[in-house]
Design a binder for this molecule. Structure first.
Ligand code: 0X9
Ligand code: CA
Ligand code: CA
Ligand code: ZN
Length: 419
């Protein structure tokens, strides 16, 4: 088994016990300042979760009153000093190495680690979109909303009858992979593309939705981060884009940006909000596309899901405030968000809640979509429900078919509600 330096107590049942061997004194001791550990902490409420998240630690998931996150030794000391009872699950880098297996760390490796090859790299995702367009030229059309920081096209695929025409049909947007390591979400968007193109000829329900809607899918909002996360065939646990030390795309949207302690101003933080709203080329490009769908003074996109992982949650805005209602959100609108959110959650077995019930986020995509454009915008946090750490982002490829098809009915509920 992979080991390096120290005893790590693993509390969660079934978690990998990282064994210990004698290590050079001081090489990587519990008190050293260069390490990052994976922790979980019991949290009584959203205020406590916001207090933890607000220190800029890297939150991995939250479910059933436990928050799981990555923290530096210094952040962990600070939290403990504030009375949080942290449980150390393991060492961040050791857990990543363990999950990546024995893949060669070489620039020549251009795929996911062994066993996970069914996940799509950027090149494979691109090829899949082109194949969908070739196979269904009347239904599917590929374009781009712009380029990433490193210059990759941010692909957009439109699916509808008479796809080359802008028809008077409600438009619905699906976005995936804002966060680099949340690879299951790319598969979710590709599943949508597959289902609404190949299913069109045989499934009357799909046909009715595709005929009456204009469906837009952006499978990778953050391709630079995603490619970096698998570079050399080993997982990095990377969340942000690749601009400088990285900006968290989901803290960079131009609605109450940085307002409320729900993001970090420290470029080293995993929730770094960037130097300005839309300073990340990726969020600016997606926002530009959404802005461009205002036709004749009317936003054509009526509904949106942004896919993330993990924790199995359906979330709605606002994220920047605990309040159910706020400027731009009436009681009736909040009720509609909750009502449709709960319907979708009944269909996929996730837990429905306002985003800030998790923890405060500012500059998130949902707040912008709703606050700026009045789009019914949700976040899905996909499988698994909980995890003892990083493995939540790297479920085995064998779960892809089940965990993407799991959202079929919920997605259809939103498509119908978009009408
Ligand atoms: O913190 C986030 O950006 C999302 N969780 S994740 O673990 N995938 O990073 C949650 C965002 C939810 N916030 C809003 N929808 N406002
Ligand atoms: Ca159409
Ligand atoms: Ca239209
Ligand atoms: Zn995410």
């Amino acid at each position: 088994m992979f080991t390096r330096s120290r005893i790590v107590a693993v509390a969660a049942a079934g978690a990998v016990l990282l064994a210990t061997l004698a290590a050079p004194a001081g090489a990587r001791s519990a008190g050293s300042d260069d390490g990052r550990g994976v922790y979980s902490v019991p949290t009584a409420d959203a205020a406590q979760r916001s207090a933890v998240a607000g220190t800029g630690v890297d939150v991995l998931g939250s479910r059933d009153g436990r928050l799981t996150f990555v923290a530096t030794d210094e952040q962990a000391r600070t939290l403990r000093a504030r009375g949080f009872r942290l449980n150390e699950i393991g060492d961040f880098d050791e857990m990543l190495a363990e999950r990546s297996g024995r893949a060669a760390t070489s620039a020549a490796v251009a795929d996911f680690p062994p066993g996970d090859e069914a996940y799509h790299t950027y090149a494979e995702m691109t090829a899949k979109l082109r194949a969908a367009e070739r196979g269904h030229p009347a239904l599917a059309s590929v374009s781009s909303v712009g380029r990433s920081y490193e210059g990759r096209e941010l692909h957009l695929i439109k699916i509808s009858d008479n796809v080359t025409r802008d028809e008077a049909e409600p438009e619905v947007l699906f976005t995936c992979n804002q966060h680099a390591r949340e690879h299951l979400t790319t598969e979710m968007c590709l599943h949508l593309v597959e289902r609404f193109t190949t299913g069109y000829g045989s499934d009357p329900a799909i046909r009715a939705l595709v005929d009456s809607r204009e469906i837009y899918v952006i499978p990778q909002v953050n391709p630079d981060g995603s490619e970096y996360d698998i570079a050399g065939g080993t997982y990095k646990g990377w969340r942000k884009n690749r601009q400088g030390r990285g900006t968290d795309p989901n803290r960079n949207w131009d609605y109450r940006w940085g307002c409320c302690g729900g993001s970090s101003g420290n470029p080293a933080s995993d929730t770094y909000r960037g130097t300005a709203p839309f300073s990340a080329p990726e969020t600016r490009a997606v926002a530009g596309f959404v802005d461009s769908r205002v036709v004749g003074g009317r936003q054509q996109i009526t509904a949106h899901i942004d896919f993330h992982s993990y924790s199995e949650l359906v979330l709605w805005p606002y994220g920047y405030t605990y309040a159910d209602t706020a400027p731009g959100m009436t009681q009736a609108q909040a009720r509609r968000f909750a009502d449709i959110g709960r319907q979708m959650a009944r269909a996929n077995g996730y837990q429905p809640q306002q985003s800030s019930d998790l923890y405060i986020t500012d500059g998130s995509v949902n707040d912008w979509m709703w606050g700026e454009h009045g789009i019914l915008s949700y976040t899905y946090e996909m499988y698994p429900r909980s995890s003892s750490g990083l493995n939540g982002f790297y479920p085995p490829a064998s779960v892809i078919p089940r965990e993407t098809a799991r959202n079929d009915e919920a997605v259809d509920i939103l498509l119908r509600a978009a009408g």
